[in-house]
Design a protein around this ligand. Structure first.
Ligand code: GLV
Ligand code: MN
Ligand code: MN
Length: 411
């Protein structure tokens, strides 16, 4: 039989070997590694009978069925964090292709399988660029985002051989619904002995870029008292962010990247650049936390006589996934003989953006130890087999039910 769990895992291994770096998996937007991964996925989509296209941002889209009927979309992302595991994103793409592989007859409703080019937002700091482009929600100013090497998104897309102007054509995609399978990235399913679960909601998140500008100087001759050390200020800020989140119920806040300029052992740091990622399930609490963190950062900068630039890159509110679609997914889980556990996601997913244009639902697959964003990510073949059975049953059932009604979700 085509489209087995073993096939999915073998393909995840093959994709996991395609990286920007030797010895670890890193695949960011608009890189040759992402293009090579896209080529491999595109071939698998064609083998499954899908007609494949690639859009300007690099999303790989495979389609089957009547072109005039809004499709049921299955997908997830192909980009990764640095030193990633093999399943975050890739598993959802591979499950979707395997479901098409398994369908004995032509799919009961038009299907689109999408491998999004950017969900993690690692290269340009803004997450969900792939699904935003696919959903007709791409913001023109994002083309001016700059990566760590000073390359704009516009230039990165041109170098990848695509036309960035195409991203500015705002199209209403006309989708029936979106269903994404993804590793849980948390411990709940493992703790409860369940192979899969149905996602109820996705936490809101705010990502910001912070720059601290101090004064560089000679490490040997500048007295300690008169210094404006940008890294010392940044260090105080990192610890303050950690303390703030520890003291706020339900809040997580992370400085995941810190670079220092000029970056030499005998030069006082003149500039520090920090990323900030703040998340909460409640939008009000998230807004208050971001304001509180900004206040804290300003206080630290003032006390140390350094300048602070605080720039919000993207804020996405919490999203409740579509109740009726979730029910239909839960019915498929039950029909396969498993408890339909409902659980919320602290991680962000492409479903956040898709839920702005059509009803969206997600199936979580148990992962070992809840470990993710880590090369030790792992899933069991038996759980992948359950996810495949559930998704296949859901897709076939959608053919009988018809497209889900639109408008039952919010961005
Ligand atoms: C994606 O993995 C995110 O939650 O940042
Ligand atoms: Mn991720
Ligand atoms: Mn992911």
């Amino acid at each position: 039989m085509r489209g087995t769990a073993a096939d999915v895992l073998a393909r995840a291994d093959a994709l996991g070997a395609i990286s920007e770096e030797d010895g670890r998996l890193t695949r960011r937007l608009a890189t040759p590694a992402l293009a090579r991964a896209g080529d491999l996925v595109s071939g698998w989509m064609e083998d499954a009978g899908l007609v494949v296209r690639r859009d300007a941002i690099g999303n790989v889209i495979g389609r089957t069925g009547d072109a005039d009927v809004p499709p049921l979309v299955l997908g997830s992302h192909l980009d990764t964090v640095p030193d990633a595991g093999r399943y975050d994103g890739a598993l959802g793409v591979l499950l979707a292709i395997a479901v098409v592989d398994r369908l004995a007859a032509p799919p009961p409703i038009p299907l689109e399988v999408v491998a999004f080019a950017d969900e993690e937002g690692v290269r340009f700091g803004v997450p969900y660029l792939g699904s935003a482009a696919y959903s007709g929600r791409f913001e023109p100013e994002w083309l001016d985002l700059v990566d760590a090497d000073g390359i704009t998104l516009r230039v990165a897309i041109e170098r990848a051989g695509a036309d960035p102007a195409l991203l500015l054509e705002v199209l209403e995609p006309g989708l029936a619904c979106y269903v994404e399978a993804h590793i849980e990235q948390g411990p709940v399913l493992e703790r409860e002995g369940l192979p899969v679960g149905v996602v109820s909601a996705i936490a809101g998140q705010t990502r910001a870029a912070l720059t601290i500008i101090g004064r560089p100087g000679h490490a040997g001759i500048s007295p300690m008292s008169g210094r404006h050390d940008a890294l010392a200020a940044a260090s105080e800020l990192v610890l303050a962010v950690e303390r703030f989140a520890r003291e706020s119920e339900g809040l997580v806040a992370t400085v995941g990247s810190l670079t220092v300029s000029p970056g030499a052992s005998n030069v006082i740091p003149g500039e520090a650049h920090l990323s900030l990622d703040v998340r909460h399930a409640d939008d009000g609490a998230l807004g208050q936390a971001v304001a509180g963190l900004r206040h804290t950062a300003t206080r630290i900068a003032t006390a140390r006589s350094v300048e602070l630039d605080w720039s919000i890159l993207r804020a996405t509110p919490a999203v409740e996934l579509a109740p009726e679609l979730r029910l239909r997914l839960a019915s498929a889980v039950l029909a396969e003989g498993h408890e339909a556990r409902s659980l919320a996601s602290g991680a962000g997913h492409d479903a956040v953006i898709l839920s702005g244009v059509c009803p969206a639902a997600m199936l979580f697959v148990r992962c070992a130890g809840g470990v993710s964003h880590d090369p030790r990510e792992s899933v069991a073949e038996a759980d992948v087999a359950v996810a495949l059975d559930v998704l296949e049953r859901f897709v076939v059932g959608e053919g009988r039910t018809g497209p889900a009604p639109t408008g039952s979700s919010r961005l």
